[in-house]
Write a protein that binds this ligand. Structure first.
Ligand code: ADP
Length: 326
């Protein structure tokens, strides 16, 4: 059956493709406690277009879990299924043991959600909007909570939500998701539109809420951002989870992107340096590669050549995918 969602998107309730577990990365843990998020063989096709395929994921209570992948990988699709904004094509998703479709009302009461587009176009002013939310959630001392959060994020409560800039609408969306002290916070690319100071305040707030027990599921296409906040990450690429890893393990890999401009031709075969990941690119006097070794060793090796230019920088997430996770 094809249905139309509130935002006009076509959603399907049918199985389009049969489940195929062979290629799914098993990211299930074996703990006995009920996971806060439990995703099993979840797939979503938009007509024939792949959204996600056979996603398995388990997130425990009190985790700050990162969900990273390039644009179009399937992060929003997964999250929107969790929030019951679209229906999966196959598989199941549970939050605190509850089915995301059948028990969505209960789930909404205990979870907060920040969408990637912060598409709030309310004609209410920010204060009216937040009061509407606290009535819905029956928050005690709601005004106090509104004022605390509005102050922290420097939001003018008298401004109409629809008149706010994109960054300020994002802040309204963040505050709204936190008003009812949810047990689980699901954030879809939450830092888009926030300036660096606000981002840092926001991360501090998330750490503090997490210390009080909140579980956080955080999607981003920026590896550095996820590394700052999360303890564990799942990497999604082309709709499939390709890796679930502790952030410490990722950090230890310390990948760097290296460009060298030599004074004269240097053959790739001559660059025998432990720590070069994957293939060396470039031609003649310019070579580039992803490097995971000790920078001192690299510099020591290169000292035998005359170098015109040397650049060492953080690789993008895409480059890590291309060179490392291949
Ligand atoms: P991400 O959040 O990682 O950027 P998405 O979940 O938005 O990725 O998209 C995953 C894939 O699903 C992409 O190929 C995208 O084009 C497709 N997709 C997402 N939403 C729709 C839609 N409403 N209709 C058709 N295809 C969609």
């Amino acid at each position: 059956m094809i249905l139309k969602s509130a935002n006009g998107e076509l959603i399907t309730t049918e199985y389009v493709l049969p489940p195929d577990n062979r290629a799914a990365v098993s990211s299930k843990r074996s703990s006995m406690e009920t996971p806060v998020i439990d995703i099993t063989d979840l797939s979503k096709y938009y007509g024939k277009t792949r959204g996600i395929e056979h996603v398995n994921l388990e997130i425990g209570e009190g985790e700050i879990f990162g969900f990273i992948g390039p644009n179009g990988a399937g992060k929003s699709t997964t999250i929107r299924i969790l929030m019951n904004l679209i229906f999966q094509t196959g598989g199941t998703a549970r939050i605190m043991g509850m089915d995301v479709i059948k028990e969505t009302k209960k789930i909404k009461k205990i979870s907060g959600y920040i969408p990637s587009d912060a598409g709030l176009y309310s004609s209410m002013d920010a204060l009216e909007f937040f009061r509407y939310c606290i009535r819905f959630y029956q928050v005690k001392n709601g005004d106090q909570r509104i004022n605390e959060l509005a102050q922290m994020f420097d939001v003018d409560l008298t401004r109409k939500v629809s008149d706010l800039s994109m960054g300020n609408r994002k802040k309204v969306s963040i505050i709204q998701s936190l008003l009812h002290n949810p047990k689980l916070l699901i954030l879809d690319e939450p830092t888009t539109g926030l300036d660096p100071l606000m981002q840092s305040n926001f991360f501090e707030l998330l750490r503090s809420e997490n210390r009080k027990g909140m579980t956080i599921f955080f999607s981003s296409h920026i590896l550095g951002e996820v590394q700052k906040l999360c303890k564990r990450v799942a990497i999604i690429k082309e709709g499939r989870i390709i890796q679930v890893e502790d952030i410490e393990t990722l950090r230890k890999k310390q990948l760097k992107k290296v460009f060298i401009e030599f004074n004269g031709r240097v053959k790739k075969e001559d660059l025998i340096i432990p720590g070069i990941e994957g293939e060396i690119g470039g031609s003649d006097n310019i070579q580039s590669f992803i490097y995971s070794g000790d920078i001192n060793m690299l510099v020591g090796f290169l000292s035998r050549y005359t170098i015109i230019n040397l650049m060492i920088e953080e690789p993008s997430l895409e480059e890590i995918f291309m060179h490392y996770y291949k």
